[in-house]
Ligand binder design. Structure first.
Ligand code: AMP
Length: 211
């Protein structure tokens, strides 16, 4: 089972991806996490990627597509994989086709813009694992600290209000056209109401994958 999670930044893709990965034993590939890792390394590429991350714009396709296709070729993806944050524009969708990557299911986590702004401003993450919390909707056991490691949580710099706005603009102009691209393809496309509770959304996703 190879699947894609689509939806606005902050719709809950990363949180749901972690749960699904465990339930269905498939690889969880987050290009955002990949880019944050690159940006923490040394050198020219790291600096370049960092400028895109902090401004909320997309990393150019020539940097990200090859990295992603290589990642899909790794052993742990043979049982199946889940893409969170890729593709992000039509060219990336077409690049998956050109690389003969077959997709079985696209899950679109649908939600309003107002709800997104509320969610993203309350999001806190554990940097090294990518685990994500929300101060109100999904709080850690101890405020400000990761449940598993006890390490401090941070607010992503791209969750700052002015960057959130930019990321939403980028979503509407570049990513949203992918909805029709996949609706018109010969695969399962399911829309899920992502404004519901975390558990309800997980349950809808489980059913979509199992049916
Ligand atoms: P995310 O964690 O998915 O919200 O991604 C955070 C940031 O990483 C984005 O705002 C982009 O700068 C970059 N990024 C992640 N995935 C992609 C992608 N598929 N194409 C281009 N840039 C990406």
């Amino acid at each position: 089972m190879n699947l894609i999670l689509l939806g606005m930044p902050g719709a809950g893709k990363g949180t749901q991806a972690e749960i699904i990965q465990k339930d269905f034993d498939i690889a969880n590939i987050s290009t955002g996490a990949m880019m944050r890792e690159v940006s923490r390394s040394e050198g020219e590429l790291a600096e370049k990627v960092q400028t895109y991350l902090s401004s909320g714009t997309l990393v150019p396709n020539d940097i990200i597509v090859e990295m992603l296709v290589q990642r899909i070729g790794q052993d742990d993806c043979r049982k199946g994989f889940l893409l969170d944050g890729f593709p992000r524009n039509l060219d990336q969708g077409k690049a998956l086709d050109s690389a003969n990557v077959s997709i079985d299911l696209v899950l679109y986590l649908s939600i309003s813009e107002d709800e997104i702004i509320n969610r993203m401003s309350g999001r806190r993450v554990h940097l090294s694992s990518g685990r994500s919390y929300h101060v109100i909707h999904n709080p850690p056991q101890k405020e400000g600290f990761d449940d598993i490691t006890g390490e401090a949580l941070i607010q992503r710099e791209d969750d700052a209000p002015e960057v959130i706005k930019k990321r939403l603009d980028v979503y509407f102009s570049e990513t949203e056209p992918l909805l029709d691209f996949y609706r018109n393809k010969n695969l399962k496309f399911i829309e899920i109401d992502a404004s519901k509770s975390l558990d309800e959304v997980t349950e809808s996703i489980r059913q979509s994958i199992s049916n």
